[in-house]
Design a protein around this ligand. Structure first.
Ligand code: APR
Length: 174
């Protein structure tokens, strides 16, 4: 069971499944959503149209098409509205829903972007702590998923996730 944090472009990552920080329409957008759709090609949007959207905090799976990844798991993260509209719980639910769906689809390796910390403006440090907590908890009990990678697009994001993992590991060793 391994969890690694790297800096890179998730569209180049050959995991069994990569996660897309989507919106509830599942019909594409900017940021990592736009990058994944561009790299996957038009067939991805065609399949997404058959899914009829997705609720915030839930997840839906498609094929990866021209991506090196076999699947794309689409999850709409919460838009940050100050933290009193269930945003932390909804973000945690994104990670759990994606990992559960990966397990159900026999994906052994999964890669995440930093969900909701771009356009959706979720505070990066808080999002990183939630992601690390949910991923490590899932890996402890997972029967299929054996490797999770957090693919950070820039140094600031990678530093935040590295710090969140260090904090989590030191709290465990106490
Ligand atoms: N690989 C990995 N991470 C990426 C990539 C990439 N190619 N491109 C962007 N990112 C990072 C961003 O730098 C940020 O850290 O993904 C993280 C999430 O940012 P967004 O893509 O803006 O996603 P989010 O904040 O969840 O907002 C989702 O934006 O693109 C629209 O359709 C999307 O409406 C939805 C909203």
């Amino acid at each position: 069971m391994s969890f690694q944090i790297i800096k890179g472009d998730i569209t180049t990552w050959a995991a069994d499944a990569i996660v897309n920080a989507a919106n509830t329409s599942l019909l594409g957008g900017g940021g990592v959503d736009g990058a994944i759709h561009r790299a996957a090609g038009p067939e991805l949007l065609k399949e997404c149209r058959t899914l009829h959207g997705c609720e915030t905090g839930r997840a839906k799976i498609t094929a990866g098409y021209n991506l090196p990844a076999r699947h794309v798991i689409h999850t709409p993260g919460p838009i940050w509205r100050g933290g009193h509209q269930n945003e932390p719980a909804l973000l945690a639910s994104c990670y759990r829903s994606c990992l559960r769906l990966a397990e159900e689809n026999r994906c052994r390796t999964v890669a995440f972007p930093s969900i909701s910390t771009g356009v959706y403006r979720f505070p990066l440090e808080r999002a990183a702590a939630i992601a690390v907590e949910e991923i490590l908890a899932f890996l402890e009990r997972s029967k299929v998923v054996c490797e999770v990678t957090m693919v950070c697009f820039d140094d600031k994001t990678k530093t935040a996730y590295d710090a969140a993992l260090t904090r989590k590991e030191s709290s465990r060793s106490r």
